[in-house]
Write a protein that binds this ligand. Structure first.
Ligand SMILES: [Zn+2]
Length: 467
């Protein structure tokens, strides 16, 4: 999550971190809170409040108004990029494109597709000459592809971005004063400490950071006690960490009595199965947000669980590949004029829906975000299938499940079973897998104690060992 990245891009300056970890618990809370104060000013100052109010109105615009708005802003950001961002000027000239001919979102196809490698190779060339680099706020993205990318943003862009995040939360009745339990990628607590409390307080943001590295069989009871004696309006953060806690609570036959209003997942991919277990254990609905630190394109779920494009700052093209239901996403954003992303292919896929959502909002919608390129299952006849995490939704009586393709002729379901798991639970998985892939791939079941996480501790629902 962004907050943790901010936290660490500043806190993780090694010396400060060392010093911080030597502090006693109360002083750590004060440090976290002071840092929280800084974050609060960075996020919720300036245009934040007016943007939030305006976003709450504009989400009800008609399809016609939305398209008009997107057309205008796409044209504007492309001209801005061409005139003031050295990379685009050079690239578009080399490519032989006349930016004056880009008059609408339809014309975007004339422009080449931007990849992360372009930016990693020429980071400074992406900053608009209208801005002084030293006055911009930089964030380092780790990303799922592993190559870190430094993104420079204006202050206004950060205020606006947080207004976009909070507009999504407001759909579920949340506001910035609500009490939050945060599950970040890393935690403000050293691994050396093995005793509770496994959480630290950010008093200025009414937020508690739970130490996700400390969620284990040994620590779960004090965490449950804490959750049952403290009320949180919502949980937010990495679903893999929230899932780990939910799973332990379920395994130990424990219960959570203090229900949050909602659980907000970050952009980390989450399987339907994980999401359902989290919802059951904490007795709260869950909602997902799609977006990245780049702030090139974001989508947030509505009450009907559809992903709505945040059309106020981005346009998301989608491209079908190999007849797959799931399309490649290409993002163009105008929310950050200091470092604009135009036709950015970040490797994500989503399933678009042609009709308007039943919630009444007319912004473009996707029924699901289907993960990244490496999540393909490849069939012997050469098809690359995305959205295979949908198969896992048919799993019953399992604690964790993963679909892994070892070679072109064989896949394996890695399963951490529940107490009541038996042979019958395998059938729906086989049927759903066959529906999508045909009969030419062998299916194996591995019953395991635990499913391996990626180096960053992320859980992957579908994994392919193929190149
Ligand atoms: Zn909707």
């Amino acid at each position: 999550m962004r907050s943790i990245q901010y936290f660490y891009s500043n806190m993780a300056k090694k010396k400060t971190e060392k010093l911080y970890h030597r502090l006693p618990y109360p002083l750590q809370n004060i440090s976290v809170s002071l840092y929280g104060l800084k974050l609060r000013r960075q996020r919720y100052g300036g245009i934040f409040q007016t943007s939030l109010e305006s976003l709450k109105r504009s989400e009800w615009q008609s399809r016609k108004e939305i398209l008009h708005y997107q057309n205008e802003n796409v044209v504007r950001i492309i001209n801005h990029a061409y005139e003031t961002v050295p990379f685009y000027k050079k690239w578009y000239d080399e490519y032989g494109v006349n930016v004056k001919q880009i008059q609408s979102i339809e014309d975007l196809k004339q422009l080449p597709v931007l990849k992360k490698e372009h930016i990693v190779r020429n980071p400074d060339q992406f900053i608009s000459t209208l801005y002084n680099k030293n006055k911009l706020i930089s964030t380092l993205t780790s990303g799922t592809t592993g190559t870190p990318l430094k993104v420079y943003q204006t202050k206004e862009s950060i205020h606006f971005q947080w207004a976009v995040f909070w507009r999504a939360r407001a759909r579920f009745g949340l506001n910035i004063h609500d009490r939050q339990l945060m599950f970040g990628a890393r935690i403000p607590m050293s691994q050396v400490h093995q005793n509770p409390p496994y959480w630290r307080h950010d008093y200025f943001n009414n937020r508690v950071y739970i130490s996700t590295n400390h969620i284990s069989e040994k620590t779960v009871l004090p965490i449950i006690d804490y959750l049952n004696s403290n009320h949180f309006d919502f949980f937010a953060g990495y679903p893999s960490a929230i899932f780990q806690l939910a799973r332990l609570i379920r395994e130990m036959d424990q219960r959570i009595y203090n229900r949050p209003k909602i659980i907000v997942f970050g952009s980390d991919a989450v399987s339907t199965h994980q999401s359902e277990l989290i919802g059951k254990v904490f007795g709260a609905p869950v909602t997902e947000f799609y977006g990245m630190v780049e702030f090139a394109g974001t989508m947030a779920q509505c009450e009907k669980k559809c992903f709505h494009v945040d059309h106020e700052h981005c346009y998301i093209e989608h491209k079908q590949i190999d007849n797959s239901e799931s399309h490649k996403l290409i993002l163009t954003g105008w929310g950050n004029r200091a470092m604009p992303f135009i036709r950015y292919d970040v490797g994500d896929y989503g399933t678009p829906v042609d009709s308007n959502c039943t919630c009444g909002r007319e912004s473009p919608v996707f029924s699901s975000i289907d993960g990244r390129m490496e999540d393909f299952i490849t069939t012997p006849d050469g098809r690359k299938l995305t959205g295979m995490n949908q198969v896992l939704k048919y799993a019953t009586n399992v604690l964790e499940i993963q679909l892994q393709q070892k070679n072109i002729h064989e896949v394996e379901f890695n399963i951490v079973p529940d107490k009541s798991f038996d042979e019958h639970d395998k059938m729906p998985l086989i049927t759903e897998f066959r529906k999508r892939t045909g009969d030419h791939i062998r299916i194996k079941f591995n019953i395991v104690k635990e499913i391996e996480k990626s180096a960053k501790g992320k859980f992957k629902a579908v994994i392919s060992d193929l190149d």
